[in-house]
Write a new protein. Sequence first.
Length: 172
Amino acid sequence: MNGFALLPKLTARAKSSKGWLRLLNLLLGRTIPFNRPHGFVIEEIRDDYLRTTAPYRRSNHNHLRGIHACAIATIAEFSGGYLLLSRLDPRKYRLIMSRIEVDYVYQAKERIVSESVLPQERLRLEIIEPLQQQEAITIQMESRISDVSGNHIATAVTIWQVKRWDRVRTQL
């Protein structure tokens, strides 16, 4: 779990400090190397909300010079998954994405923004309480992706399995 063990404290500090937010983004680039080339940056994080951006640059382009569908899906996965992870202690809970569905509605020709929301009541009712009785649960996280001009680019739904680490049979 290496760098993930630092995330709860770092995330808490990043909610109120731009310096800590920069450090969080730096750590995430090292902890999740697959996402580094996309240039994802958490712009804002609150208890129940996460806003992530991806630049309009060549490494994110498709053959039509728009942002590639896979980059859009990946920022949505990151946004929903990180918000979920920020609400749960990664030392106690393991998250695995089991499915993603993306509805693309507009071509992205500039920087994109992904926003995800997870209210406290939903966290309690759909994750915390069920995990007291069940070995694992699944939860849907919705991420809305728009461009910086406000055009709705896509809506993604990621399905996550959440399980306590002490119930995981295959360890890292």
